[in-house]
Every structure is written in C-alpha cells, then in structure tokens.
Design a protein around this ligand. Structure first.
Ligand SMILES: N[C@@H](CCC(=O)N[C@@H](CS)C(=O)NCC(=O)O)C(=O)O
Length: 213
C-alpha cells in the first residue's frame, strides 16, 4: 500500500491524494505536522525529505518527492492520465512546470499568508502576490475557453496538479471562480466529477484551521 506523507492544508499533497483516489489505489496517510514546524526539523529532513516539503510518497522501499515527479511516476506505473501520445505527454510536462513555477506556487503562498500566516499579511507583499496569481489565472482562464481539460479531451495529471489548490474552500484564497473566472469554474466542476473525488479536508489528515485574516 502507498504511504503519503501529507497534511490537510497542503494542496501539493492533495494533488497526489486525489490522483491516488482516481486511480483506485489504496494508500495510508502519514501526518506531517507542518504547522508545528516538522518540515523544518533537521532529522525529518534527513530521514524523510531533504527538500523540507510535503508531499512524500512511499511505494514500498521507493521514496518519491515533488508532486510533479510523484504524479508522473504514478501515471506511468498505472498507465493512466499521463497523456496518450508523446505530444500529449510533453504538453502535460509543460503544464506541470507552469503549475509548479507560476500557478500553484504563487497561489499557495498567497493563500497561506492570507489564511494561515502568524500575523496579518503585509499589504505590499500580498498585493504583489495577488498580481502574480491573477496573471497566472488569466492564462489558464484563456486556455480553458475552448477546451474541457488542460491537455487533450480528458483529465491528465496536469489537471490533478493544477486544480488542487482551487478545490479548497473559497474563503481561504478569497477567489470565487464562478464570478471571476467562469472557464476555470466549469473545469473545476468537471474535476469534481472525476471518480474518487472528495474534498481536501475529507481526504487529508490534520486539523482544519479557519482563515485567520
Ligand atoms: N514543488 C513542490 C512544492 C511542495 C511544497 O511547497 N510543499 C509545502 C506544503 S504544500 C511544504 O511542505 N512546505 C514546507 C516549507 O516550505 O517549509 C511539490 O510540488 O511537491
């Protein structure tokens, strides 16, 4: 059985959890107490992930980190959601890289500062981050104008990667996609219909924290 080191606020963990559920693969959660600093602990880094991040996936004696690498590994191993042709596979990789650099990364930071930071976010920093998030959202909103999924006509790991943070309660990020980004909203509705879908707080371990700011 797979073991996923994860915690409930982690959209990067949810990417993998949702994908394992869609693959109908059994897995167990290993709780990472991120909110109390576990990922910064030296021995955790030495034993679990030198990069100091969740998710981490154990498949027997094989340990993988980085959600994009984990999703790629699982798609290859189970022969699903990785893209059907070489062109599609490269397109999936292109969007995974965009997601990790621009889409998830700015949104995750923005949401964390807005909802879970130790003190109210600095106005200048949060405004700058929101500008980056809005720019990434605009690219995806345009991309989805004439298509149902990020690559091809069915979900791939690019969709699992990119939708994860957007499936958290809207009050955490402050974005109501039905009003601001209708194509993204319609795509998220399609992803919620993928077999195995359940919301992040139903699937991942750890206490839910209501937005602070
Ligand atoms: N690119 C990485 C990002 C992983 C990441 O940033 N994980 C967060 C939780 S969602 C984390 O563990 N951060 C720890 C830290 O930055 O100290 C991935 O996709 O797995």
């Amino acid at each position: 059985m797979y073991r996923l080191h994860c915690f409930s606020q982690s959209g990067n963990s949810f990417k993998v959890a949702f994908f394992l559920r869609a693959l109908h693969q059994p897995w167990e959660a290993v709780f990472v107490d991120f909110m109390h600093g576990l990922t910064r602990d030296g021995s955790w880094r030495e034993q679990t992930n030198e990069m100091g991040e969740a998710p981490v996936l154990d498949d027997g004696s094989r340990r993988l980190t980085q959600s994009g690498a984990i999703l790629t590994y699982l798609a290859r191993k189970h022969g699903a959601y990785g893209g059907r042709t070489e062109d599609e596979q490269l397109e999936v990789l292109r969007w995974l890289l965009f997601d990790n650099h621009k889409f998830t990364s700015y949104l995750a930071t923005y949401r964390f500062l807005k909802a879970f930071g130790a003190k109210p976010p600095e106005p200048v920093i949060i405004a700058w981050l929101k500008g980056r998030v809005d720019a990434a959202f605009a690219i995806v909103e345009k991309h989805l104008a004439a298509r149902r999924f990020i690559v091809g006509d069915a979900p791939t790991i690019a969709d699992f990667s990119m939708c994860a943070y957007l499936l958290y309660p809207p009050e955490e990020s402050g974005y109501d996609f039905t009003r601001s980004h209708p194509n993204i909203a319609a795509w998220l509705a399609r992803m919620r219909e993928v077999d195995g879908y359940a919301s992040p707080y139903e699937v991942l371990p750890g206490e839910r924290i209501l937005p602070k700011w």
